[in-house]
Design a protein around this ligand. Structure first.
Ligand code: HDE
Length: 728
């Protein structure tokens, strides 16, 4: 089967599976326990039987006018006795809750987690061993530094937090799209975040690391070196939440039936591959469509193209803890895959959009301490501090009974002697609320009752009481070099440009000069290039020699789909009156068949008429958007069909020419047929580019052209675009 055919049949399988699943969950026959549970907490504003009531349930006839003492001619005072009015205003006044202190801006979706291979060799956890289970999940993606209303596409780490509603209780992986972190000890978290957030004197800049304080800290706190290199890479400007990796980052532990323990790192690898914006595109999108990632996630799920990740683990037996040159409990280090391979054993799929933002994406509350039997935390000093922080922060964000909110409730029974507190929902019957009690009511379970019972893993600990980390934690540069060395040449160029952008925004010479010195600890040439761009003295000597080693799967160019696909990619088709209908209809059909999303863009949004179609009798095509409303940044690819009049109009339109030029400059695949081939060539000013204007389909630098295309060639055109590396 051709790759196009294969991609199409996989896409249609995915859709029918998804629709079936959705159907099941809607008609209540779902095996998704979380959906069934949430259904009981839901009401539908569109139910025609609805009438407005107060919060205490009394149906109202007028919620528009406050009760007053007035006449037709004289407006009098409002009455305090109008309870309905006071309730409405009261409720509004208190709608806001504190936004998350970090990761405030986010987007979420529901999904399913499955295992195709049991990890019973390592753990007793049902969620990781039972291959027949479909564990419901809720996942929240986020940026870190910006506040809740900031833009999606800023340069930042992305949160990758998953709540697994397992039969044994909730398990939360509160991860990121970058496998390491800025600090080794949780006690430095307030410092690294204060340094990155807007500066205290003027609250500038919003959702940016390009400022003095951020880079001042990066220089002075050398353990951040590895992480800031990731943050300066293309990983920090993902094309989509669906196209980034997820990492548990911290080291966890698994225990098996025999009581043997293993260290583990969790990995999620996107089946669509890892793809990023170019920086200019990300910057523009932050203004043109600040909700780009949020909408992209929703659009893909609505279209039945469910985002999927392969779930993998890296395992180190407990007795091998000290066999590595780095400390495996240090969250500023990866475990290179050459030393500890990733074994892929499961799949995470997102397949249902949220119903309401606040009660789901905002009220979801993750906790690194939420672990299920068979999975434990390690002595990773970052993780241990996190275990305190998440529980604590939910109290101020959501109140004492945050675990009872619908999105946070486990799907298994909850019973204990914790009681009361603000906002308590559930009602526990019985006369005692303590243990032990004379009835033996709600006792702790015995370990032999089953694998669902939490039993601490005995671990021998020895040491001196001191504020100390092991000596291996003190090495801060090897893996920063390893990461930089592993980048492809374009990725290295992007990092140089990114550092040049960021340090250019630092107006304190001490900050950017010192940072250029720091870069010599990674790579002298990088340091010299950046220093020149930002106006710092050009370093002459490497701070330490580059060890020259590389490691696999650090460059995102290595993390690509098994089959190239344009599924869910947004393609702009530019037309004006007189466009070639054969080319236009052909590309629309071919894109839809490949599960890509065609959007017709024209100088105006009233109907556009094809060559030969009369304005009086024809229906025309109503464009999805005009050239002002949707810019090239919002699409992955631009296609311009021929048609002499259409092309002549577009040629005279600066916005249209800019569209094509900008898409090319952002390394996107372009396509053109007929007269539009020359338009593309001129708009992009591409001397020496190998375009055939005679008839063949050609692909040069990701620009696919067919001057004399026949409808049947469109499949080929789409296939060539799929093959082009331009989506990387
Ligand atoms: Fe977080 N982090 N974090 N973090 N983190 C929070 O918890 C914290 C760290 C991460 O979508 C907060 O509920 C400390 C690493 C994500 O709701 C807070 C430390 C990683 C999210 C908190 C870290 C993360 C948070 C704020 C240093 C990647 C968003 C609101 C030890 C593995 C979760 C909240 C969501 C959120 C504390 C470091 C990921 C304050 C103390 C490392 C994805 O509790």
């Amino acid at each position: 089967m051709s790759s196009l055919g294969a991609a199409m049949s996989t896409a249609s399988d995915t859709i029918s599976n998804g629709v079936e699943k959705l159907q099941q969950s809607l008609d209540g026959s779902t095996e998704d326990k979380k959906m069934a549970q949430l259904a009981s907490a839901m009401k539908d504003v569109h139910d025609p039987k609805n009438r407005i009531t107060t919060d205490y349930g009394v149906t109202q006839s007028n919620t528009d006018e406050w009760l007053t003492i007035s006449t037709e001619d004289t407006q009098g005072p409002q009455l305090l006795e109008d309870h309905m009015a006071r309730e409405k205003i009261n409720r509004f006044d208190h709608e806001r809750i504190p936004e998350r202190v970090v990761h405030a801006r986010g987007a979420g979706a529901f999904g399913t987690f499955t295992m195709h291979k049991s990890l019973e060799k390592y753990t007793t956890a049902g969620v990781l061993t039972d291959t027949s289970r479909r564990t419901p999940v809720f996942q929240r993606f986020s940026t870190v530094l910006g506040s809740r209303g900031s833009a999606d596409t800023v340069r930042d780490v992305r949160g990758f937090a998953i709540k697994f509603y397992t039969d044994e209780g909730n398990w939360d992986i509160v991860g990121n799209n970058i496998p390491v972190f800025f600090i080794q000890d949780a006690l430095k978290f307030p410092d690294v975040i204060h340094a990155g957030k807007p500066e205290p004197h003027n609250e500038v800049p919003q959702a940016q690391s390009a400022h003095n304080n951020f880079w001042d800290f990066q220089y002075l706190h050398t353990e951040a070196t590895h992480m800031f290199m990731w943050q300066q890479s293309d990983r920090a400007i993902p094309r989509s939440y669906r196209m980034m990796e997820g990492f548990g980052v911290n080291t966890f532990k698994l225990t098996n039936k025999e009581g043997k323990a293993f260290f583990v790192k969790f990995h999620f690898r996107p089946q669509l591959g890892v793809h990023s914006f170019v920086w200019d595109e990300a910057l523009k999108l932050a203004g043109q469509d600040p909700d780009f990632h949020r909408k992209d996630l929703q659009e893909a799920i609505d279209n039945g193209c469910f985002p999927k990740w392969d779930f993998g683990v890296q395992i180190v037996p407990e007795e091998d803890e000290h066999k590595f040159e780095f400390d495996i409990l240090d969250a500023t280090k990866i475990w290179p895959e050459e030393e500890v391979p990733v074994e892929f054993v499961g799949q995470l799929e997102l397949n249902r959009n949220i119903d309401e933002y606040f009660t789901q994406t905002e009220q979801v509350a993750f906790c690194t301490g939420h672990l299920v039997p068979g999975i434990h935390h390690s002595d990773d000093p970052l993780l241990q501090g996190r275990n305190f922080s998440y529980q604590d922060t939910q109290l101020s964000r959501l109140g004492t009974n945050w675990q009872e909110l619908p999105i946070n409730r486990p799907v298994c029974p909850v019973m204990n002697h914790n009681r009361d507190g603000q906002g308590k929902h559930s009602i526990t019957k019985g006369t005692v609320n303590y243990w032990p009690n004379r009835f033996g009511a709600a006792p702790p379970a015995k370990p032999e009752e089953g694998a669902h019972v939490a039993v601490d893993h005995p671990a021998k600990v020895a040491g001196i009481k001191a504020r100390l980390r092991t000596k291996k934690f003190r090495e801060h540069y090897n893996q920063a070099q390893l990461f930089f060395n592993s980048m492809s040449p374009p990725e290295k160029a992007h990092m140089t440009a990114s550092l040049a952008f960021e340090l250019d925004h630092c107006d304190d010479p001490l900050v950017y000069e010192r940072m250029c010195e720091r870069l010599t600890d990674i790579d002298l040439e990088l340091a010299q290039n950046v220093a020149e761009l930002v106006g710092a003295p050009i370093p002459q000597k490497a701070g330490r020699p580059n060890h020259g080693k590389t490691s696999k799967n650090l460059s995102q160019t290595e993390i690509q789909p098994k089959e190239p696909t344009i599924e869910t990619r947004r393609v702009a088709i530019l037309i004006a009156d007189g466009y070639d209908p054969v080319a236009y209809n052909g590309i629309v059909a071919a894109l839809k068949a490949s599960k890509a999303l065609p959007f017709t863009i024209a100088p105006r949004r009233t109907p556009i008429f094809a060559a030969g179609e009369s304005k009086e009798s024809g229906k025309g095509v109503k464009p999805d958007h005009n050239l002002e409303g949707m810019r090239s940044t919002m699409f992955d690819s631009v296609f311009v069909p021929g048609g002499a009049d259409s092309v002549a109009t577009l040629r005279k339109n600066g916005r249209a020419l800019h569209y094509v030029r900008e898409a090319y400059a952002h390394l996107k695949a372009l396509g053109a047929t007929g007269e539009a081939v020359e338009l593309i060539k001129d708009a992009c000013a591409l001397p020496g580019m190998d375009f055939s204007t005679s008839g063949e389909v050609t692909d040069s630098y990701g620009v696919v052209t067919a001057a004399k295309v026949q409808p049947q060639s469109f499949k080929e055109t789409v296939q060539m675009a799929k093959g082009a590396k331009d989506f990387v």
